[in-house]
Write a protein that binds this ligand. Sequence first.
Ligand code: GDP
Ligand code: MG
Length: 442
Amino acid sequence: TLTDRLSRLVKTMRGQSRISETNVQDMLREVRMALLEADVALPVVRDFIARVKDKALGQEVVASLTPGQVLVSIVHKELAATMGEGVADLNLATQPPAVILMSGLQGSGKTTTTAKLAKHLIEKRKKKVLTVSADVYRPAAIEQLKTVTKQAGAEWFPSTPDQKPRDIALAALDHARRHYFDVLLVDTAGRLAIDEALMAEIKDLHAAINPVETLFVVDAMQGQDAINTARAFKEALPLTGVVLTKTDGDSRGGAALSVRQVAGAPIKFAGVSEKIDGLEVFDAERHAGRVLGMGDIVALVEEVQKGVDMEAAQKLAEKVKSGASFDLNDFLSQISQMKKMGGLSSLMDKLPTELAAKAGQADMDKAERDVRRMEGIINSMTQLERRKPELIKASRKRRIAAGAGVQVQDVNRLLNQFEQMQTMMKKMKGGGLMKMMKRMGG
Ligand code: GDP
Ligand code: MG
């Protein structure tokens, strides 16, 4: 994956202090391969690479970051920019009823998305919404829309398979006008593949109802095929937006990168489940993270931050400041803080990418085990021993080691670490505590 490739690079680029023509070339080669593997179309990849290279070569490397990290962050930003910046909601700026035409291949999720959009418009924008199905080829499709429209709390306009799609749409539009609907959503027939007759039909439909939004619905799992489909629909219809469905599946997400460019319209929504509320306003930043394999960095950081007991850390800092002695109980509380902070410190040090943290995952696992062992050792000491560690001689060490299921040398190591810490604590009077904890955690 792109993540694996990039984290390898971040590693090899450690110790290089500048972004150079050479290391940029190496990285761009990896990015190129990864994007192609993620189903991004070749022309889009070429374009993308050229832009990243441009940005990267002019970039200063901040002291705390490696060139690899800087490059990864440039890639991330460019990915997001390629998929569209900002958030594009539905445009309803027209004389009501605003007509929204749904287009896309059969099975892409048009009918489901029609209902999801109805729900979105009702709940988020307080609109009165009517739906209608112009899918006259499968009677079940009309019924399906009726069912999901009900779930969405919108109204459904009946149609029958013997009608012409154009007539259905016009009748629904007339009804919507006379009953003061704000929005009319027009669901259309499924096409298994690009089909001349069906393309002509939807063009005709478009001309008849003059929609303010013409949405292209595309299955994120379709990968490379999505590009050809997008191109065909773009040629037939003036698309105003894209809905990327089934982003909850394990697609590689690369489709979004190409579709935006090929369709020439912003991705407005993402389908995230089969359920009626499984629709989200498309977030390019987040999706870029997904293509990169980083997941949702923001959420991750927040999650880790929650785990840090700032209050306990503060207390400890104050205690040290006040000159009170630092004993093994404090050490224990500090260790458990470090455990909670393990993820955080590694993330903080390595942001803007989680990639580097991933590269260091084996180290992190080891650190976790060490911390757990240290806790075990202190937990098998008596309170007296914790307050007066100097009492811990050979026989006590043996008892403690046995109690914690470790070797005597592990107890010795812990006592050494404790002593070092105690010395440091005396020196720094609390001020640099967080910093030091961070260093130890990472
Ligand atoms: P249409 O032929 O374009 O109208 O497609 P449908 O709306 O009938 O959807 C086809 C299938 O995809 C159905 O089983 C839907 O439940 C499913 N589906 C649609 N959108 C999503 C989505 O965002 N996530 C998931 N997991 N399934 C979806
Ligand atoms: Mg359908």
